[in-house]
Design a protein around this ligand. Structure first.
Ligand SMILES: [Zn+2]
Length: 166
């Protein structure tokens, strides 16, 4: 996004809301750039500039725009301030990226989980088919396959059945 576009889209209301600041009815703000007791940072909504009337202020003597405001507030470079401004204007861009990453991660973990369960299932299936072939073991194994939700503990239930019947 071009700086000009950002400046056109980013309003003072959004900027100060982002930083948890509140302007009074005269669009004056307690200046965050110097130790300000009474609101002396005047916001100009139309031109999207601001001016601090305190001579103690690091910004005094010049009008600052939304990008400058972020720059002073974050104590960052102009480039970073522009990035920050862009993220305030268009928070969706960053969020979409995060969601995609989270989704990918979730999918990855699901696959791992499925693989783990499959391995567990194979092991327990081997266990319950090999040792005591008492006729109904194969039926028990089939039941376990059908009831794949209890796949975490198939060995136990089969053994339990076997014991009860013995
Ligand atoms: Zn100031």
């Amino acid at each position: 996004m071009e700086i000009q576009q950002i400046k056109e889209q980013l309003t003072w209301a959004e900027v100060i809301k982002h930083y948890g600041l509140i302007a009074d009815k005269q669009a004056r703000l307690k200046c965050p750039f110097h130790n300000d007791r009474t609101p002396s940072l005047q916001l100009y909504y139309k031109t999207r500039t601001a001016f601090c009337f305190s001579t103690n202020c690091q910004t005094h003597g010049k009008a600052i725009d939304v990008i400058d405001f972020i720059l002073y507030y974050e104590k960052c470079t102009k480039h970073e301030a522009i990035k920050k401004a862009e993220s305030i204007v268009n928070p969706g861009a960053a969020t979409t990226q995060t969601t995609a990453t989270t989704l990918r991660q979730a999918q990855g973990s699901t696959n791992e989980k499925a693989m783990f369960l499959e391995r567990m299932f194979t092991i327990s299936k081997m266990r319950c088919t090999t040792p005591n072939l008492q006729g109904n073991t194969s039926r028990a194994a089939t039941l376990t396959i059908n009831n794949s939700k209890s796949v975490t503990m198939p060995g136990r239930s089969t053994t339990g059945q076997g014991k009860m019947k013995a």
